[in-house]
Ligand binder design. Sequence first.
Ligand code: M6R
Length: 616
Amino acid sequence: MCGIIGYIGKQKAAPVILEGLKRLEYRGYDSAGVATLYDGHFDTAKKAGRVDGLIKATKAQKLPGTTGIGHTRWATHGGVTDTNAHPHISNDGKIALIHNGVIENYVGIKKFLTGKGYTFTSETDTEVLCNLIDYHYQKEPVTKEGSRFLEAVRKTLRHVEGTYGIAVMCADCPAEIVAARKGSPLILGVGDGEYMLASDVAAIISRTQNVVYLKDGEMVHMTAKNFTITTLEAEDVSPVIDTVSWNIEDAELNGYAHFMEKEIFEQPAALENTMRGRFSEDGSTAQFGGLNISAADFRQIDRFHFLACGSAWHACLVAEHLIERFARVPVEVDYASEFRYRNTPLDRSTLFFTVSQSGETIDTLAAMREAKRKGYKVLAINNVVGSTIAREADGGVYQHVGPEIGVASTKAFTSQLLLGAMLALYIGRMRDMSFSDGVDYVNALKSAPQLVRQVLEQAPKIREIAKRYAHYHDFLFLGRLSLFPVALEGALKLKEISYIHAEGYPAAEMKHGPIALISEQCPSLFLVPAGEMFNKVVSSMQEIKARKGKIIAVLSTGCELPAGLADDVIHIPECHEAVLPIIATVPVQLLSYYITVELGRDVDKPRNLAKSVTVE
Ligand code: M6R
């Protein structure tokens, strides 16, 4: 989704902003722009396409101003054009604005402004907002000179419905930026003699690790020397400056070809970080610091309800399986986007969990607010520290996997699988799970990083397999029980980065429809672990083979398939059920990654996708 960066300080703003825009590319966007303020006017450059295009096609780096704003746009209102790109400038050249989110009442505001003589060159809601600020700026009494600009923005936002993260400059105020948020993330970076704004930490991490996470309804007024935070109602807010726990190194490729590749290979370390310090001293259960709910209260919970989107939703399906299997407590898993409108009947002794890497996904956030509005406690599993969901939740668990920059979730997903498994253990040990089963379970979880390393060693082999399958247009991913969600995840990974159509199904369900797709042109990837389902999955494979479908098997070491049944086999180590989904995920990640590389597609920035989806 859209990215925001702002700079005010002693350096030329444009190079700082362009570097920040490059670091925001991973969020997904289709055009970019920058404006700096110099000598009472704005120098602006906007371009549809990549940030590199903006840099090449303009002299943006040479812009002289030391105050500036920049934006990556993910189109909502109006097509992907230079004109629709941000920043937008008001009719009289006084106000420059960048905006994330959607102004829902922009049609009415546009009509009002048109009546006042304003004209519009773009199709965006943002240009309307920009001119409304200008309208209020012109009307604001000049006697309040120092705050006239700030108060004009404040007044404007009181008339706005919808969501926004905005940064605004005023041509009359040489070193000032006003920013505000409602529903779209925004942070203030506190640097050495300079301040920055950004929609996420990645944009400014090369300049500072000190940040203030702005809350909904807050505005920040920055000058070159200081900043103040107030609410929309003009109440003062005391800022809390947090230190980001990762640094610029973590956000670099460090020799990998793509962030997705790097993040796949970071998984052993990521899993170690996720579980560090989270097992009891006796080694028989998990422990979590930030749940904000006592063990006694946790024991009273009769039902868990998980809310998430995309890969995080798949992780919840695995958690459902493991919690029901090991803790014997019923679990409901909802798409956050559906839950918020479904008005589902709920049991009072239900505890909610939201799962979100970014902690900013708007549907997950809205679903969480809906559950809280109904009086339920909501705990959050998030990776991004200080994210909106993390801050609004009643408690939760951070994933601690560092920044995930590839649009396709990899290390965040397996970390969510791990936390789901740890929750199943935590809840199970409060109920019927024995001490020795708990110890076995903990040991299995501790072995996960090493088992993942073993799978990663097969990367060259998986790359060769990928070359043989890159030319297909359709794929099925099939698995059972806890590996059905992994099949869904495999299909999502493949389609989102390679654009090959893929579907995930429970293996036995395949004969109720998807088998009609099977031919030599539609291969299937089967997840075939050792255990009670082995023979049943093999039977499903036979049904595919009988129809000439090609088969890749992800097979537990030590298991044997009938000769000729699988065309290609990727081995995974045999392991505990709680760890199996993590281990089985790695081959499907690698296969999708290498197929995409083979096709020459943009792995880290797939078309149309955004890393965190902050509009509904
Ligand atoms: O940040 P979140 O975990 O809330 O994001 C949820 C989905 O948007 C995300 O998992 C998406 O499906 C990824 N592109 C999957 O790779």
